[in-house]
Design a protein around this ligand. Structure first.
Ligand SMILES: Cc1cc2nc3c(=O)[nH]c(=O)nc-3n(C[C@H](O)[C@H](O)[C@H](O)COP(=O)(O)OP(=O)(O)OC[C@H]3O[C@@H](n4cnc5c(N)ncnc54)[C@H](O)[C@@H]3O)c2cc1C
Length: 266
């Protein structure tokens, strides 16, 4: 992947501060090349086509996916609604982009992913920017529910040998667990909702309470239902010695709301 902008701005003067890199926003019309079920409620869609110049430098970048609403605007053009998804893997040689969709109860993105088939088209935009988190911490904590799994899997694939990561991941049951690959030293703890509604379970909070964390400084990354992410961030600071500057906690969705992206800071 190449830089679209030569300017990478440090977020602050800390040598381990993440870098923000901006990219030229662009819409692309892509085509579904392949659809694979990778877990009971997770579908990987491989997209091809107009991917020249696609850049994604951060494992938690997002692209906007545009789904037709079926309505037509005042200008006579079809209307779209968008949802945010992680560019799970971009292959610049094959010119393909993988997106992994959680199949939950409702919503245009889920409905589209359930019926996706080779040959169909999908409009995407972005990423508009990347947040590049250095790998030079003593270790890395990655916490997420199903929606955070694509970014976690990508981070694990991008962490070099010699780094260490601890993963805490929530899914409904073992059939929803995905396989991770990494050159890093990784320990993974899966917690299960066991039929509780997504976003209404305390599985991640209980999992964190019983996790034995390594010594040393760490970057904590959290992505899941928004109120859960906010609470986990507070617990990391209060009970697990996390440095607030080295936490990125995001709501990737919120119960009862559509298309939510919330970053939780102080
Ligand atoms: C930066 C970012 C990256 C993301 N990456 C991914 C990704 O790679 N893969 C992925 O699957 N999702 C990802 N998400 C989450 C995804 O954007 C949301 O889950 C989105 O709401 C799904 O759209 P939808 O059309 O299916 O449902 P919506 O129309 O947005 O929502 C319909 C209803 O479903 C509920 N809902 C939304 N998501 C879930 C869920 N996961 N489980 C249960 N109920 C839900 C909503 O609260 C609402 O009540 C990401 C979100 C962000 C902000």
């Amino acid at each position: 992947m190449s830089l679209s902008s030569p300017v990478a701005a440090p977020v602050d003067a800390d040598p381990r501060a993440p870098q923000r890199v901006r990219h030229q926003p662009r819409r692309r019309e892509l085509e579904v090349v392949r659809v694979e079920k990778i877990a009971a409620h997770m579908v990987r869609v491989t997209l091809g086509g107009d991917l020249d110049g696609f850049v994604s430098l951060g494992f938690d970048d997002h692209v906007k996916l545009f789904f037709p609403t079926g309505a037509v605007g005042a200008d006579g053009e079809p209307e779209f609604e968008s949802r945010d998804y992680t560019p799970r893997r971009y292959d610049p040689q094959a010119k393909t982009l993988d997106i992994e969709f959680v199949l939950h109860d409702a919503g245009p993105a889920t409905r589209w992913a359930e019926q996706a088939n080779p040959g169909q088209s999908l409009r995407i935009g972005g990423p508009r920017g990347s947040f590049v988190i250095p790998t030079t911490f003593d270790w890395h904590l990655l916490i997420g529910d199903d929606t955070g799994l694509p970014a976690i899997a990508r981070r694990l694939e991008e962490l070099p040998a010699g780094t260490r990561a601890v993963v805490l991941a929530e899914v409904d049951d073992a059939a929803d667990q995905v396989a991770f690959k990494s050159a890093a030293d990784v320990s993974v703890t899966w917690v299960h909702r066991d039929g509780a509604e997504p976003g209404a379970s305390d599985a991640l909070a209980r999992g964190l309470a019983s996790l034995k964390l390594p010594k040393g400084d760490y970057y904590a990354w959290v992505a899941c239902e928004s109120l859960t992410a906010k609470a986990l961030r507070a617990t990391l600071i209060a009970d697990h010695g996390a440095n607030p500057k080295w936490i990125r906690a995001a709501g990737y969705w919120r119960r009862g709301a559509v298309a939510v992206h919330e970053n939780h800071n102080d």
